[in-house]
Design a protein around this ligand. Structure first.
Ligand code: HEC
Length: 130
């Protein structure tokens, strides 16, 4: 019985390693991408509670995420351009937060959020290169 369970376990492991590669990759990408959402929420919290240190820290995290290889799912000029634009906005957001400029930081937060939505419009119409 123990042996059967063990061999079943091995079969399951073998099977999943053979078929799960693609869903696993998708899951990893999804986890990576969802970090943007939590940083974005943290920024909103920082803006509304006037915790500009929290704003600056999370804006920097977004900027760094946009430089990672996992971010670069598409190698198209438009995706690059949108990524650069997004990074410029979160960098300006961080700078405004560091200057203690709450209104400026809020403005850049709105701009960066519009870039999220714009890039997602583009991404939705472009098949992932898998
Ligand atoms: C330059 C393009 C670009 C920008 C800017 C961008 N994203 Fe994304 N985002 C993507 C791509 C590419 C994916 C993965 C697409 C897919 O899974 O089909 C993604 C996926 C996501 C997902 C879905 C993750 C999942 O699978 O559950 C969320 C949530 C998300 N992004 C949030 C944000 C937020 C919040 C911002 C702004 C702070 C943002 N994104 C800015 C390109 C972008």
């Amino acid at each position: 019985m123990k042996l059967q369970i063990a061999s079943l376990g091995i079969l399951v492991l073998l099977g999943s390693s053979l078929i799960a590669e693609e869903p696993e990759q998708t899951e990893r990408l999804s986890t990576f991408m969802r970090h943007k959402l939590s940083h974005s929420g943290e920024i909103l919290e920082g803006l509304t509670t006037e915790n500009l240190e929290q704003v600056a820290r999370n804006a920097q995290a977004l900027s760094l995420l946009s430089l990672e290889s996992q971010w670069k799912v598409f190698q198209t000029p438009e995706y690059n351009r949108r990524s650069i634009e997004f990074r410029r906005e979160v960098d300006a957001l961080r700078a405004a937060a560091k200057d203690g400029n709450l209104d400026g930081a809020t403005l850049y937060y709105v701009k960066a959020t519009m870039s999220c939505v714009e890039c997602h419009k583009y991404v939705r119409n472009t098949p992932l290169p898998r």
